[in-house]
Design a protein around this ligand. Structure first.
Ligand code: NDP
Length: 245
């Protein structure tokens, strides 16, 4: 559990859900963690407190990505980084319900921000570092939120195309794609009083249950280990085998 001792990790969208689980896990593995979030000061402080209770070190930085990533990097300063996890994202909506402004907002948070987070992080990153982008199984499964799905497709391409550029610095770039996971993003699971929606998912999931944030954090943690140094440019499905056919 001390593989990441001496390393610093930036995790975006770490106030709750999958991002919080990743931040807590990387801290438990020894990294000092920068907990990024957009608006929920209290929840971000809860993530920091959970890390500190476990004996780890962390601090929170607030930045809404609609406004770019300057605020985030003002909070980071000249800190050296070893791991960057682009996790923050928002949903779009079904065809006919998304205005051009909303479309731009979803792309700004889900695609523009990860791109510029990486660009701004690179001069701060130590060689041999790790970039991990959180995509989604929606890239291989047709679902109605087209705008969200398109952003995740763009993220997959970003990881694939960036890997050879960063190879000379031994920085690996990989993408982790969760399936349905218990977070605020899936509020419908909490409103699923007769369990029918949950059954609809679990019946087509090889491992037979909904994902938990810790499941995704474990896969991210694998990619941060020293032994993962030969894996780059890959998309790793972390869905428990959702819709394998
Ligand atoms: P949540 O909605 O639970 O959390 C979203 C996080 O992103 C929060 O920390 C939030 O901060 C931050 N955030 C929200 N809006 C902005 C913004 N405008 N600018 C910057 N940060 C923002 O998400 P999940 O944990 O469910 O998802 C995490 C990742 O996993 C996402 O990339 C998502 O697409 C992906 N994923 C999730 C799946 C799922 O089933 N949950 C399935 C497949 C992929 P704040 O709390 O301050 O609002």
């Amino acid at each position: 559990m001390t593989d990441l001792a001496g390393k610093t990790a930036l995790v975006t969208g770490a106030s709750r859900g999958i991002g919080r689980a990743i931040a807590v896990r990387l801290a438990a593995d020894g990294a000092r963690v920068i907990v990024h979030y957009a608006r929920n000061d209290e929840l971000a402080e809860e993530t920091v407190a959970e890390i500190e209770r476990g004996g780890g070190r962390a601090y929170a930085v607030r930045a809404a990505f609609e406004d770019g990533v300057d605020e985030l990097f003002a909070g980071i300063g000249d800190e050296r980084l070893d791991i960057v996890v682009n996790n923050a994202a928002i949903l779009g909506g079904v065809l006919g319900t998304v205005s051009e402004e909303q479309f731009d907002r979803v792309f700004a948070v889900n695609v523009r921000a990860p791109y510029f987070v990486i660009e701004r992080a690179l001069p701060l990153m130590n060689d041999g570092g790790r970039i991990i982008n959180i995509s989604s199984a929606v890239v291989r499964i047709a679902l109605p939120d087209l705008v969200y799905s398109m952003t995740k497709g763009a993220l997959d391409t970003l990881g694939f195309s960036l890997a050879p550029i960063l190879g000379p610095r031994n920085i690996t770039v990989n993408t982790v794609s969760p399936g349905v996971t218990e977070t605020d993003m899936n509020a419908w699971l909490r409103e699923d009083h007769d369990g029918s929606a949950e059954r609809g998912v679990t019946e087509v999931t090889a491992l037979g249950r909904i994902g938990r944030p810790d499941d995704i954090a474990a896969v991210v943690a694998l990619l941060t280990r020293a032994d993962s140094h030969w894996i780059t440019g890959q998309v790793l499905d972390a869905s428990g085998g959702y819709f394998l056919g």
